[in-house]
Ligand binder design. Structure first.
Ligand code: NAD
Length: 263
């Protein structure tokens, strides 16, 4: 089936686009006609995504970015505007999980780093992008949260805390739609077939690693391309703002309402 080029003329920026979900989203956005800025701390991974987009006939550029560095966040947004003239879509996607040992044994620096990458950078990327999007008359921001942002994910409590934070931020920014025509939504996937779920295995003692390899081997993983399609749905559907989309293996994506209302 030919790709729908409905995002032609749009400019999208994806953080953590050098691997996994970010790479799949960058490719899907480019296939839909958008010019894509690939931002990642990993130059090799970022360049690989750039090659994949260009080989498929898409338009993209790579910018080295550490999302925990405020100047880098401002620079990546400025780079998008300088390179392609505007910014319509931001996917705050870069993320990490815990190494070993888990919380509460984990050293303080490790859990602070997780908060910096998974939550502070989403806040910072959003803050950097808003003035540029306002100049364009609006835009869409998609945040990568997780199913761990909706459930009691005891395997990695700090990761869960950051993803609950991303869900809360996304819902609370619903006002930006009326105020600035900026729609903020997030995705909450279960386990996705990317390097991330296995990254923490490397730091585990052999016995624990064996246990986790067995667990992960039994979990059906969502293909990253399916997550990318969900991101594009949130980008395209102009009625969606402040929404949280759960993505689970073998099930249709669904919007998750907040557990309660204020009154
Ligand atoms: N894979 C899963 O099972 C899963 C499930 C739910 C949510 N998520 C979330 O989706 C997002 C993407 O995860 P993924 O599975 O594609 O992981 P991944 O490890 O394949 O890719 C993450 C990318 O982020 C980049 N990154 C890490 N720290 C960075 C930093 N400081 N600055 C810039 N880039 C940085 C990495 O270099 C990498 O390219 C994350 O936010 C993750 O929490 C993943």
């Amino acid at each position: 089936m030919p790709e729908v080029k409905d995002l032609k003329g749009k400019v999208a920026l994806v953080t953590g686009a050098g691997s996994g979900i970010g790479r799949a989203t960058a490719i899907a956005l480019a296939n839909a006609g958008a010019a894509v800025v690939i931002a990642d701390i990993d130059d090799e991974g970022g360049q690989k995504t750039l090659r994949l987009v260009e080989e498929a006939g898409g338009k993209a550029a790579f910018v080295h970015t550490d999302v925990t560095n405020w100047e880098d966040l401002e620079r990546m947004v400025a780079f998008a505007e300088e390179t392609f003239g505007r910014l319509d879509v931001l996917h705050n996607n870069a993320g990490i999980n815990a190494g070993w040992p888990p919380f509460p044994q984990s050293p303080r620096e490790r859990w602070i780093k997780i908060i910096d990458v998974n939550l502070s950078a989403v806040i910072g990327g959003t803050q950097a992008a808003i003035p540029v999007m306002r100049r364009n008359g609006g835009g869409v921001i998609i945040n990568s949260a997780s199913l761990a942002g909706l459930i009691a994910y005891s395997a990695d409590p700090i990761y869960a805390a950051t993803k609950h934070g991303v869900v809360g931020l996304t819902r609370a920014l619903v006002f930006l739609k009326d105020e600035s025509n900026i729609r903020v939504n997030c995705i909450c996937p279960g386990f996705v077939d990317t390097p991330l779920p296995r990254r923490r295995l490397a730091s585990m003692p052999a016995e624990e690693r064996g246990r986790w390899e067995k667990i992960l081997g039994q979990i059906p993983m969502i293909p990253p391309s399916e997550v990318a399609e969900a991101v594009l749905e949130l980008v395209r559907d102009e009625s969606l703002a402040g929404e949280v989309m759960a993505i689970q293996y073998g099930q249709p994506c669904r919007l998750v309402a907040p557990p309660m209302q204020a009154m």
